[in-house]
Design a protein around this ligand. Structure first.
Ligand SMILES: *Cc1c(COP(=O)(O)O)cnc(C)c1O
Length: 389
């Protein structure tokens, strides 16, 4: 039958976990032992993630970024009657974590150049009921944190950073997640690094990390390793089970060890595609001007109004050419059914988030691509736009 032909069709998915034989062997090693949770892999992953971030990061493995966000609001006792500022342009988890503790998410529009909130936009949305600010480093682009951290300090607000798409993003050397009170990371399969499902809760405050570590394990006062008599413990507070298993942690350690190369490849792929798109009119690439701020989860191409109307034709055309795409995010959170019906926010209050949702295409830049793949993706996008102009 068919053998590989020289013109075999190239195909680049939007994202694919980067798994090696070493990763698989690490999981296998856990499975040949007896400790499947609460063990040395989890502790080592926490320490290695802290040293990757640098600064005074204290890290707690959790079952997802959503779990980390939920634990943050529980820890700060934010609840009914409280308001939390949430970017309109984000994953629904950022808002759900607020909603699930009974507080009210107040949606803030984002800046058109970066897709991120700014200190000015946040300041304008603060009321007497505001208790916390949550920021999202959109698609790997660091939010300009120093003025927002100053604003939070000045107004006595907690500051929670959703870093789900921002492993490796730093501002002047400081990793995102270390500007606020808490940073929350996701290790879902398509993110920068994966544990299948999983996440990391990060705080500069050792006591916060310690309390949250207990709350993610039912609020029990000592781990199995800390018990002098096996099976004997007490429970000083209510908690959840948001733990990460040893298999997941082992996978995460392998991924983290390749993070610098992962980030380098993302940066090269991003530059190649952005370069190709420079010749196209009516397309804007979300990016930042300072180097090091963007860990490139993907490349977000925002189409101008004219081209934007043709997104519904462009996406199937690109997919047909073999270019995987996605949309981040399909709608601003206040326009998702649950939030629309509950709060009835006027879409006119967040026009930029709406434009990004309606008119952007997310393109692949991950380490599953070679440099040639990246140039090819750029060419395909240019050709597709030309064919649909
Ligand atoms: C993916 C994502 C989440 C959710 O992460 P999980 O680990 O799947 O819970 C939260 N926030 C943002 C910005 C995300 O992109």
């Amino acid at each position: 039958m068919s053998s590989t032909t020289p013109d075999a069709k190239r195909s680049v998915p939007f994202a694919r976990p980067w798994l090696t034989d070493d990763d698989r062997a690490a999981v296998q090693r856990v499975l040949t032992g007896h400790v499947l949770t609460h063990g040395p892999e989890g502790t080592a992953f926490e320490q290695e993630f802290a040293s990757f971030m640098g600064g005074d990061a204290h890290c707690v493995t959790v079952s997802s970024c959503m779990a980390a966000l939920h634990l943050a609001y529980l820890h700060f006792k934010i609840g009914p009657g409280d308001e939390v500022l949430v970017p309109a342009q984000t994953h629904v988890a950022t808002a759900h974590a607020v909603e699930l503790v009974g507080a009210r998410p107040v949606f803030v529009d984002v800046d058109p150049a970066t897709g991120n909130v700014t200190a000015d936009r946040l300041a304008a949305a603060i009321t007497d009921r505001t208790c916390a600010i949550s920021v999202v480093h959109y698609a790997g682009m660091a939010v300009d944190m120093p003025p927002i951290a100053a604003l939070a300090r000045e107004r006595g607000l907690k500051l929670i950073e959703d870093c789900a798409l921002a492993v490796g993003s730093r501002i002047d050397g400081t990793h995102v997640g270390l500007f606020g009170d808490v940073g929350c990371f996701s290790f879902y399969p398509v993110k920068h690094l994966t544990t299948g499902e999983g996440g990391m809760f990060v705080s500069r405050d050792a006591e916060t990390a310690e309390r949250v570590a207990r709350r993610r394990a039912f609020g029990v006062d000592r781990t199995p390793a800390e018990r002098s008599v096996p099976g004997v413990y007490d429970v000083p507070e209510a908690g959840l089970n948001y733990r990460m298993s040893e298999m997941q942690a082992a996978l995460g350690r392998g991924q983290l060890a390749r993070m610098e190369e992962n980030l380098r490849r993302r940066d090269e792929n991003f530059r190649a595609i952005r370069g190709a798109l420079e010749v196209v009119d009516g397309v804007r690439v979300l990016d930042d001007v300072r180097p090091g701020l963007n860990s490139h989860y993907c490349l977000t191409a925002v189409l101008g109004v004219e081209v934007g109307r043709r997104r519904a034709e462009l996406i199937p055309d690109l997919n047909g050419r073999g270019v995987g795409t996605s949309i981040y995010y399909p709608r601003p959170v206040p326009q998702l059914k649950y939030y629309r019906e509950r709060y009835g926010v006027d879409p006119a209050s967040h026009p930029v988030a709406t434009q990004i949702s309606d008119c952007s295409i997310a393109l692949p830049v991950g380490p599953h691509m070679t440099a040639e793949d990246a140039s090819w993706v750029g060419e395909q996008v240019v050709a597709s736009m030309a064919a649909h102009s």
